[in-house]
Design a protein around this ligand. Sequence first.
Ligand code: TYF
Ligand code: FE
Length: 387
Amino acid sequence: MTNALDDVDYDQLRQLVGLVEHDETADPFPVKSLDAVVFIAGNATQTAWYYQHAFGMRLVAYAGPETGQPDHKAFVLKSGSARFVITGGVRPNSPLLDHHRRHGDGVVDLALEVSDVDKCVAHARAQGAAVLEKPHDVSDEHGTVRRAAIATYGETRHSLVDRSRYTGPYLPGFQARETPQRKRLFQAVDHCVGNVELGKMDHWVDWYHRVMGFTNMAEFVGDDIATEYSALMSKVVANGNHRVKFPLNEPAVAKKKSQIDEYLEFYGGAGCQHIALATNDIVGTVTAMRAAGVEFLDTPNSYYDDPALRARIGEVRVPIETLKEHRILVDRDEDGYLLQIFTKPVGDRPTVFYELIERHGSLGFGKGNFKALFEAIEREQERRGNL
Ligand code: TYF
Ligand code: FE
């Protein structure tokens, strides 16, 4: 079931998330898009309300005890092409509650839409990936979905979903829900970042190369930046057309305790750290989210008053005074520029947070902002007593 409210066409997506041309014929694991970000929450009912009211998402489908699903509730939310599924255990012996006890609120599944589940799983298996769910069909009156799941870092998984023969609101077993449209605050997921243990980043970069045929994107945080101020190392892998981008971080041994160590300690291992949401109006989005109570990292005035920054970024869509007022960061590279801002962690544990990103040609991740950003993150770490 497609809904005009969710329509984001190819040209919009290319601008929003920075797509590139890609020939699928030689791709061993062709990925169409990020199908859904699936969360486990301690209280899915209230978390779904948060994403509707603070992130402007629409509830489109539901499964739970009322729909013949006794173990847990699942709320499906959309904003443009982005889909979040918020799940939470209902029965005390639900496996979701064990997961929640270990990790708190977080991402359990970065589901990928693929056109050939069997081909992808065969390739993944041949490359040594752990197959958690073999390819199988699930059906209801709206058609059939073929799906499977493979394990990635920590207790995170990638479900693989072929929904080409399905017209229902999400997956078989879910009932459609309608909620009133409010102002759409973002149009797509730009990237999902994984934090992995010390020394494991290259292992996972290699895993995404071998298992999924992903390739490296140019931007990375190497030893030089890591020892100077970031306390982390980072590389970015992406599928062929860059629709799906997964930066991977590991802690760096630096002067201070890494923000990545803080995450690993409180999440209880490797997991998804932040999700970047693409918007074409970052000022409007930040304003609406702040009004709803979402807290963002602060950036010092000196960032905006620095003549070097002003010279480097040149002309951008929004006057620098407006960026300063909202604490939005800006970075420019050879392809264009981007605007970005980061929330504080959104749950009880200092783990998952969000980024808002408005791209104007840049295919990067805001490398020029890393110093200011990591200093802001460390100020928060210090306030929590974890630095
Ligand atoms: O995704 C990125 O690479 C940027 C920068 O802990 C970043 O958003 C990298 C690591 C991190 C926070 C932000
Ligand atoms: Fe990011």
